[in-house]
Ligand binder design. Structure first.
Ligand SMILES: Nc1ncnc2c1ncn2[C@@H]1O[C@H](COP(=O)(O)OP(=O)(O)O)[C@@H](O)[C@H]1O
Ligand SMILES: [Mg+2]
Length: 359
């Protein structure tokens, strides 16, 4: 628990050193905070723009203890940080947000969907799978096609395999290497949307306008926001985000990915306990963006104004897309964000561009 708002010049620690940490760090420094990055890479996207970095494994207790000593608040940008590392930091007297409880639930697709259901939020039907027998039993209930996913550590569509017939079950099961899994019924969605929202230490909640997301090959490609959804869909999505924030007793920014079904019912797909790719549009579309909002929330500052200033289309620059930077940087009514990564491997998130569609 934070006893009073962080003073100007206070130090914020961030576990995780990727582009989300980079943009959080930039937002924090704009508000006068100092940032220490904790992550495995020396010249990471986040370390490049921060006051200091500690290069260590997330489980390195000696380095975690030094982080706890040097930071006024510690947060994270990566949902696969071990929850036990957050507990260790708290045990050393650090103020940590979001909590390890929120991280534990959202790290595991079965716990996450069970949490949603317990709070009256719809999800696809799902079945924990720990053996091939479990998988056959689950497929008899889910119907086909169905999607087998690892319970933990999936991202950008990795650790997922569609099963279209019972014959495909053994190979699908083997492809996940016996890891604890979840079988999900197929959601016949018409659109995918997400809502990014924040909650402060005092329980205040603010939600950003809805984004509509398009994925290609399991990876987010574009977000258009504010999305052209009905007031009823928007209100329900915001209510879901609020229920999730309150149910997790959450402090900071999170994103809730939702499927919109025919007839406009919403199902929760997943919760990201951090700033999210589908919220990058807020950097140019809102008065206070998701990165500043997260810093404000964990620092105990008033939450910023989330209203939209214009409509933005955010496009991810994956792999070699970034090599078009001379043209992208010459586009009017757009802003280019580059993450400082050397190797433009296929599918790797290298940057994004926010294009203003209408004001
Ligand atoms: N049960 C499902 N039914 C239909 N499509 C799905 C289902 N689960 C995931 N997808 C599709 O795959 C994408 C990635 O899945 P998601 O669970 O969000 O994993 P990740 O952690 O990789 O983002 C989703 O945005 C959606 O397009
Ligand atoms: Mg997802």
């Amino acid at each position: 628990m934070l006893k009073s708002p962080l003073s100007l010049g206070a130090t914020i620690g961030i576990l995780g050193d990727g582009q989300l940490g980079r943009m959080l760090s930039q937002a924090a420094s704009r508000l006068g905070f100092k940032v220490v990055i904790f992550g495995p890479d020396k010249e990471s996207p986040a370390a490049q723009v921060s006051l200091a970095s500690k290069v260590a494994a997330y489980t390195d207790e000696a380095v975690l203890a030094r982080l706890a000593e040097s930071c006024d608040v510690i947060t994270f940008e990566f949902e696969n940080v071990p929850a036990s590392s957050l507990d260790y930091l708290t045990g050393k007297g650090a103020v940590v947000a979001p909590s390890s409880k929120a991280l534990r639930i959202t790290q595991d697709r079965v716990l996450e969907k069970s949490f949603a259901r317990d709070h009256g939020i719809g999800t696809v039907d799902f079945y924990p799978v720990d053996s091939l027998d479990d998988l056959y039993a689950a497929l008899r209930q889910s119907g086909l096609p169905a999607l087998l996913k690892t319970r933990r550590e999936g991202y950008d569509g990795k650790g997922q395999v569609w099963i279209r017939s019972l014959d495909e079950a053994p190979a699908a099961y083997d492809s996940l290497n016996g890891r604890p899994s979840i079988l999900e019924a197929k959601a016949s969605f018409t659109r995918e949307i997400s809502v990014v929202a924040a909650r402060g230490w005092d329980g205040q909640v603010k939600t950003f306008p809805i984004g509509e997301n398009h994925h290609v090959g399991g990876i987010l490609s574009t977000t258009l926001a504010p999305a052209n959804v009905s007031p009823a869909v928007s209100a329900e999505a915001h209510d879901i985000a609020k229920a999730v924030l309150e149910g997790l007793d959450y402090v900071g920014v999170l994103a809730v990915e939702l499927f919109v079904l025919d007839g406009d019912a919403l199902l929760l797909n997943e919760i990201a306990p951090r700033v999210h790719n589908s919220g990058h549009w807020t950097q140019d579309g809102c008065w206070c963006d998701q990165f500043e909002q997260h810093i404000r929330a964990v620092a105990g500052w008033p939450l910023g104004d989330t209203s939209a200033r214009c409509t933005i289309e955010m496009t991810n620059l994956l792999g070699a897309d970034i090599l078009a930077w001379p043209d992208l940087s010459a586009e009017p009514a757009s802003r280019l964000y580059v993450y400082g990564k050397d190797d433009p491997r296929p599918g790797r998130k290298m940057g994004h561009i926010n294009r203003i569609k209408s004001v």
